[in-house]
Design a protein around this ligand. Structure first.
Ligand code: ZN
Ligand code: ZN
Length: 558
């Protein structure tokens, strides 16, 4: 099969907070599973993301803490990078938008689209809060959405209907900081001429029938309703200086530069690693996929492709959008102020990362909002991950060690049941492959558990503990089949639970690296006569009451 070039892109989290479990499954973890799967298929994959550090919110947070925005960014970025490692998120480049590399890229990029005639200057009236003595860009204003009547729409977007907004469109506009009614003052801003690309965008989006339903429909409707020019600059200090004539006191709107971070991060990585970045972004056939929450769709299906078109530089346009709905926590939203939710720095102190990875992928909000519920967490870990998967692997390996001195026995003829299970393994493995290709991760992990459960049923049916005395040859076949299912499981589980796959690989004493081994070698039979390793415990049982009290203890220490 032809090696494909892929850039897997995960939305850039804003660096003022440590991400919670919802952010993890919405972008980074989902992207990680897919990137790992693509690598197994032998593709040339670069997985990128980073901290989104600019914008008014960051300036504001730093002010409150009494430190500079740079200090705040450095501190939080480091914590996030450490924890993403603990979660085994396999980024090739996890960078930040304050890097010199990104700044240079953004300034060159915007100079280019300015020269191409896609940027214009406009006097405008902006909301200004006299109480706070500042202009109120974006999230600094709230009000009623003119499209859906939602009460708490922000100046840049309505969270309810997903539409992008300008502050002047808000009804009953308020200052988000002090609640005061803003006045409108004149200022000059630069705009991206989005309407000029509307037809081209429509032609492009109509062809993307492989996008998820929510992304496809929302995007088409927005283009058909009509696009407005998108403001590009802000009256803010903390950001990337706008590179246009007489734009010295302006910075680029953080959303309009962070969204190009996928390109600059790929370029940065390639330059450090002796690769040609244009092969990933400017050569036909190169593919990009974006792991984002549903609130982020228009930025990736309209703004990003429009910017890439405006560069007139042969960029490949986004190939796939992997958008998720929201993860809620016990029936409500994650909320830092109310301490509702679990944050990744807390999660790793409670349980090994694979337990979290399993549950989050198992309930991944693919078609509707989903709830994180502790009772369900306990049930799915204990009954599925441990009761089915862990149990099967443990039984087969323990049996091999106990009755065959830890040596893979030779099969001796396959009966109908053996043949049936071997066919079943092949069929389910192919289904796992198919669902992973379609990025239906939740279904894929369910099928991995199914596969282990089929192994359990087979084991029960064969009763090797009886066969070992009654018909040793048949027993050898059954254990041989069981070990081969374990091997298939080790590879199948790897994109989801990389640490577990490593343990299984070691227990089976297989050659090579389980993370890079060819995906389809999962179905190649193990050589009889090989020695295997000692069984290890794969997962610990969980008890939600213990976990919750431990969580309170962790929080008490801060
Ligand atoms: Zn709305
Ligand atoms: Zn105010």
């Amino acid at each position: 099969m032809e090696k494909e070039k892929w850039v897997v892109c995960s939305a850039w989290p804003y660096v003022n907070f440590i991400p919670h479990l919802g952010t993890l499954i919405g972008s980074m973890l989902s992207g990680d599973v897919f990137a790992r799967f693509l690598r197994h298929l032998g593709n040339d994959v670069i997985y990128v993301s980073g901290s989104d550090v600019h914008g008014a919110r960051m300036e504001f947070e730093a002010l409150i803490e009494g430190i500079t925005p740079e200090e705040l960014v450095e501190r939080n970025h480091k914590i996030i990078v450490d924890h993403l490692k603990k979660f085994r998120i396999s980024f090739d480049n996890y960078t930040k938008t304050s890097s010199q590399h990104h700044k240079r890229f953004i300034q060159d990029f915007y100079k280019r689209i300015y020269e191409n005639g896609y940027v214009f200057r406009k006097k405008e009236i902006m909301p200004f809060c006299e109480g706070c003595n500042r202009f109120l860009p974006d999230r600094f204003t709230t009000g009623r959405c003119p499209f859906c009547d939602y009460e708490n729409a922000r100046g840049n977007q309505c969270e309810n209907c997903g539409r992008l907004l300008e502050p002047s469109q808000l009804l009953e506009i308020k200052c988000a900081v002090c609640g005061g009614k803003p006045v409108f003052r004149e200022t000059v801003q630069w705009y991206f001429d989005l309407p000029r690309l509307a037809n081209k965008l429509l032609g492009y989006v109509e062809k993307q029938v492989h996008w998820p339903e929510n992304a496809y429909t929302l995007t088409l409707n927005m283009i058909k309703e009509g696009l407005s020019p998108k403001s590009l600059t802000r009256d803010l200090e903390w950001g990337i200086k706008a590179p246009f004539p007489e734009s010295d006191d302006k910075t680029i709107y953080c959303w309009m530069e962070a969204v190009l971070g996928y390109v600059s991060a790929t370029k940065e990585w390639c330059e450090k690693n002796g690769r040609e970045w244009i092969k990933y972004w400017k050569e036909p056939g190169a593919k990009t996929v974006f792991f984002i929450g549903k609130d982020n769709i228009p930025f990736h299906t309209i703004i990003l492709p429009a910017l890439l078109m405006a560069a007139e530089d042969n960029y490949v346009l986004p190939y796939q959008i992997a958008s998720t709905e929201f993860l809620c926590y016990e029936g409500g939203k994650f909320s830092k102020s109310e301490r509702k939710g679990v944050w990744i720095d807390e999660a790793v102190q409670l349980l090994p990362s694979d337990s979290w990875r399993f549950y989050l992928i198992r309930i991944r909000p693919e078609t509707r909002d989903v709830n994180f519920i502790w009772e369900d967490f306990e049930e799915k870990i204990n009954e599925e991950l441990i009761g089915k998967f862990g149990n099967f692997v443990h039984r087969v390996l323990t049996f091999t060690n106990k009755y065959f001195d830890g040596v893979v026995p030779s099969p001796n003829g396959y009966d109908e049941e053996d043949k049936r299970i071997l066919n079943e393994v092949r069929r389910i493995f192919e289904e796992i492959t198919g669902t992973l290709r379609e990025i239906r991760l939740k279904k894929a992990i369910r099928k991995v558990i199914d596969l282990s459960d089929k192994g359990n049923t087979y084991f029960q049916l064969k009763e090797p503990w009886k066969l070992v005395n009654e018909d040793r040859e048949k027993c050898k076949t059954a254990i041989y089949v069981g070990l081969n299912i374990c091997k298939a499981l080790a590879i199948a589980i790897d994109p989801f639970l990389p640490e577990t796959a490593e343990k299984m690989w070691r227990m089976l004493n297989m050659n090579g690296d389980v993370h890079t081994v060819n995906w389809f070698s999962a179905l190649e039979r193990i050589k009889p006569g090989r020695e295997i390793g000692k069984p290890e415990i794969l997962f610990r049982k969980v008890n939600r009451k213990d976990l919750l009290s431990k969580l309170m203890e962790i929080r008490g220490k801060h």
